[in-house]
Design a protein around this ligand. Structure first.
Ligand SMILES: Nc1ncnc2c1ncn2[C@@H]1O[C@H](COP(=O)(O)OP(=O)(O)O)[C@@H](O)[C@H]1O
Ligand SMILES: [Mg+2]
Length: 308
């Protein structure tokens, strides 16, 4: 099972659209796919056609990631059936807001990861739609993830937001979860055949180099139509939606390749120490722990790390 968070510190750039587009690509090629809706707006839940009253939601899972609760918070999308694919959603809730603490504790940020161990064998790909912040909810999502996909507009307008996101992912990777990495920056809403396209993409490439994903997602009204009708872009009729679907297929390929071809990094000495510290500091806030990690670097002996 691979886990991908879709994030950006800006709202309205297309996180949910990208999360759903990738889910559509995964489902249509037969992958068992779970979308986790951590955004309090619950747009991913709506886009997957899961509408109604739910006994449990992702807010309950974050409260208590027990087996029964996790399973009750996951429902089947109304996107339909295909031969082997599965498309489920862990439904969102406005009540998740209560978990969006700017200073989450270490115990809190591990809860989704704990929850995912209960469904480890049920899915090939998990896609997490996150809120536009780096508070508790987003960091909880990242701790449960292998990769973070950063969504950006086709302009350098949100460069501060992108820089902060990359920095925050890196900080978590070093201090807490070595398997985490940035998948790349996905440029969304590129205007088809606009003359300034190439210029804009190059401008972003100049700053972020290979972090920019080779495929861009174009701006097309068919995306809005499919989302608004709670349908998968891959099953929405018309030439335009098929072109967009092909773009999401390419981004999915890029993600799957990153999961399987990037060498599994053996944790460094500092990272192994971080994991030990993690276990003994569960009640501390995440920021306290990350600050200590950054300060202490390699110098701490195992005994010191354990507080002996
Ligand atoms: N590539 C695109 N083409 C057309 N409309 C888009 C595209 N990406 C996003 N949108 C629209 O922009 C709005 C914001 O997108 P959304 O995915 O909800 O952003 P976020 O989740 O980051 O807040 C939505 O109305 C969505 O339909
Ligand atoms: Mg959204």
């Amino acid at each position: 099972m691979h886990v991908l968070s879709v994030s950006s510190l800006k709202g309205g750039v297309g996180k949910t659209t990208v999360a759903l587009g990738l889910a559509s690509a995964a489902f249509s090629r037969g992958l068992r796919t779970l979308v986790i809706d951590l955004d309090t707006q619950c747009d991913a839940t709506t886009g997957l056609g899961a509408i109604g009253e739910f006994s449990e939601t992702s807010a309950d899972v974050l409260q208590s990631p027990r087996h029964n609760i996790v399973h009750r918070a996951i429902v089947t999308s109304s996107w339909g059936k295909n031969q082997s694919g599965v498309i489920d959603v862990m439904v969102g809730s406005p009540r998740s807001q209560g978990h969006d603490n700017p200073y989450p504790t270490l115990g809190e940020v591990w809860r989704l990861e704990t929850a995912l161990t209960k469904v480890e064998r049920d899915y090939d790909l998990v896609i997490i739609d996150t809120p536009p912040s780096i508070n508790g909810l987003t960091r909880t999502a990242w701790v449960a993830s292998d990769r973070v996909l950063i969504v950006s507009e086709p302009s350098l307008f949100s460069v501060v937001a992108t820089d902060r996101t990359i920095h925050a992912v890196e900080e978590l990777r070093k201090g807490l979860t070595p398997r985490l990495g940035v998948l790349g920056i996905l440029i969304n809403r590129l205007k088809p055949s606009a003359p300034e396209n190439e210029f804009r993409v190059n401008e972003i490439r100049e700053r972020y180099g290979d972090l920019v994903i080779p495929t861009q997602i174009e701006e097309r009204s068919s995306i809005q139509q499919a989302t608004g009708s709670a349908r998968a872009i891959h099953s929405w009729p018309g030439q335009s939606s098929q072109e967009i679907a092909a773009q999401f297929d390419e981004v999915l390929d890029f993600a799957l390749e990153s999961f399987t071809t990037q060498p599994v990094r053996r944790p460094t000495r500092a990272e192994r120490k971080a994991q030990r510290v993690t276990r003994i500091m569960r009640g501390q806030t995440l920021d306290t722990v990350l600050a200590l990690e950054a300060e202490e670097g390699e110098e701490l002996s195992p005994e010191e790390a354990l507080g002996l």
